[in-house]
Design a protein. Structure first.
Length: 291
């Protein structure tokens, strides 16, 4: 039985953060200030709090300024929009990220739409989304761009390969499909209504799983030698006697590894790439806005 090689996203992300730190070190004396990233967190969601803390630490470690804005759960739409306006106008802020999901009473799309496209380091505004669809340069969502970097590092030229993206979210599935199309892949977007999903996935040279269903993708769904990118981060229920359940992806890693050519682990695959690309987008935005 063959065993897939492991795609080490943690190591790749570390290298990328090193490059960002070099660019940030050049930016500071030229601009007379550090490049800056503002992160907005509304409410007390524990997973979001962990992400935001980690973003802040890594931003500072790369030599950039981190501005954290924590707002209470009952924040109104008007107050949140006023904060986005203030950050849009702030010359020390190069990138703005509003942590999603927002509490239910807030209109997420309206908040994201308010972010200045030049500071949209999450790549989620209609301008960024439209530019990606048109194949124009712009800021691209972090998780799909990080996944593409891992794919290109592993495979080189992706032209002509069959890629199947499982999941059609705004944050991952749709932009991932656009990026792969931009690399001349033949792209299929599969989702919850797709008929005979295993059969569709078996055609793929590249599988990107982004559905949020723990260990859904099995070995017999995978074409032998295919490259598998697992975007899912799911916590299983705790086993007897332990406090926390295991973190697993959308792919059954142990099973799929017996068939795939290369595969990202969870944790340590795509996860670390997301923040590294966010920092990369911030320094790119800072240089563009300063020019
Ligand atoms: N929540 C989970 N992932 C993300 C992300 O990439 N961007 C934002 N804004 N919120 C998230």
């Amino acid at each position: 039985m063959t065993q897939a090689s492991i795609i080490d996203g943690k190591a790749f992300a570390e290298g990328l953060r090193g490059k960002v730190a070099e660019l940030a070190a050049k930016f500071e004396p030229a601009a007379g200030r550090k490049a800056g990233l503002a992160v907005v967190l509304v409410g007390e969601d524990p997973a979001s709090q962990v992400y935001v803390r980690s973003k802040g630490k890594q931003t500072v470690a790369c030599g950039m300024a981190s501005f954290e804005h924590k707002l209470p759960e009952d924040t109104t739409q008007d107050v949140l929009l006023a904060l986005v306006d203030q950050l849009n106008a702030d010359p020390l802020v190069d990138g703005i990220l509003v942590q999603l999901p927002l509490p239910k009473h807030l209109d997420e799309q309206a908040v994201v739409d308010r972010i200045s496209p030049s500071k949209d380091v999450d790549g989620l505004t209609p301008i960024s989304t439209g530019r990606l669809a048109l194949g124009l340069p712009g800021l691209v969502p972090c998780t799909p761009l990080g996944s593409l970097m891992l794919l290109k590092d592993r495979l080189g030229n992706l032209s002509g390969l069959n890629a199947v993206v499982i999941g059609r979210s705004i944050l991952v599935g749709k932009p991932m499909a656009q990026l792969l199309l931009g690399e001349n892949c033949t792209v299929t977007i599969a989702h919850s209504r797709t008929q005979d999903l295993p059969e569709v996935v078996r055609r793929a040279d590249i599988v990107v799983a982004a559905v949020g269903r723990p260990e859904m993708v099995k070995a017999d769904w995978i074409k032998p030698g295919a490259t598998v990118i697992d975007v899912g981060i799911n916590r299983l229920p705790p086993a007897e006697g332990s406090e926390k359940g295991r973190l697993v992806g959308d792919v059954d890693f142990a099973d799929a590894s017996t068939v795939a050519g290369a595969i990202t682990p969870v944790p340590g695959g795509v996860g670390p790439m997301t923040i590294a690309v966010l920092l990369r987008n911030t320094i790119v935005a800072a240089h563009r806005n300063a020019d």
